[in-house]
Ligand binder design. Sequence first.
Ligand SMILES: C=C1C[C@]23C[C@H]1CC[C@H]2[C@]1(C)CCC[C@@](C)(C(=O)O)[C@H]1[C@@H]3C(=O)O
Ligand SMILES: O=C(O)CCC(=O)C(=O)O
Ligand SMILES: [Fe+2]
Length: 381
Amino acid sequence: MITKIPPMPQAPKNDACKSEHKSLVFDASVLRHESDIPTQFIWPDHEKPLANTRALDVPLVDLGGFLSGDPLAAAEASRFVGEACEKHGFFLVVNHGVDSGLVSDAHRFMDLFFELPLCEKQKAQRKVGEHCGYASSFTGRFSSKLPWKETLSFRYSAEESSCNIVDEYFRNTMGEGFSPLGTVYQDYCNAMSTLSLGIMELLGMSLGVGRAHYKEFFEENNSIMRLNYYPPCQKPDLTLGTGPHCDPTSLTILHQDTVGGLEVFVDNEWRSISPNLNAFVVNIGDTFMALSNGRYKSCLHRAVVNNKTPRKSLAFFLCPKKDKVVSPPSELVDTGNPRIYPDFTWPTLLEFTQKHYRADMNTLQAFSNWLLQQKTSEVVS
Ligand SMILES: C=C1C[C@]23C[C@H]1CC[C@H]2[C@]1(C)CCC[C@@](C)(C(=O)O)[C@H]1[C@@H]3C(=O)O
Ligand SMILES: O=C(O)CCC(=O)C(=O)O
Ligand SMILES: [Fe+2]
């Protein structure tokens, strides 16, 4: 694997940086019936899913009043968001203004895409070191603890000059016949970007830095949309759909179907997030943790699978424009609260997760250490 960044002074703690692995092809239509699970998909005992995980009572933040311009409702919503982010970094939003028909179309087209024959899906095959495209369990990328899932990830840009980027992705990658999917996911991502900017206003208010600060920072976001498809697994107690991690991105807006499987790690215990089709699950990512100087925590979470039915989730990962420097506002840095993370840009962290380090619960610390070592080795060389 060719890396543009000089080799890391020390080998990363996980298997992401090894050259891409030549290994089995994960065909969900076959493996979903397999009771003899390949060892690459079996997780260590301390990470295996647990039976009857308790549901977490997650605050439901009603955005209706805020979105209609009611200042009192805005203040109340920002308080709820702030409390959730101080506690575990997860909250649910309802009356969010996203059309329910658009959400159900987005789910319906996920079924259409992931039920295609593997050779069709592979027209969008993710390339080595790239974050976009179709990937199945990341065979070829990791050598162990493979996730029991297929994903399709693509770029979204809120910049005026890229207003058809999603539309064009589907047509150029899958052919003109897929333009209905391009239209739906373009509209879906536009709605996610608008919702994200509203949530950024609430986060700015709750941190006392003003409703405009983070909203303006993400105005022209260059984000990632990911479709997660979790086939049934005959041994769901041995595997994980998505392993334990914090999202390296800034904010995640996730819509899960009615199957259930999202779990968050709160008060030293895995807790399930019950499905709610009228709600989006929102969580802080590593990049926003850095933007808040550690005031709000990026939350550890994972996804479990089941032996009966496929599970789907739509994950919109808000990311700043490539030249934006990730640095907390001065209001959040003082003698009592010194800087925790170095300045960085999102493309550098993204490349770190795609070429050097498999995102887990320590990504931002590993990245910070690596950045500081890079700077040291540049000074020395
Ligand atoms: C920037 C990203 C990397 C991942 C997709 C987005 C945000 C979440 C990251 C991920 C889901 C965290 C768990 C590990 C991972 C490899 C996965 O299971 O998909 C991560 C994604 C990725 O690197 O492709
Ligand atoms: O599918 C889910 O519920 C969670 C997926 C997730 O955490 C991710 O894609 O980052
Ligand atoms: Fe995640």
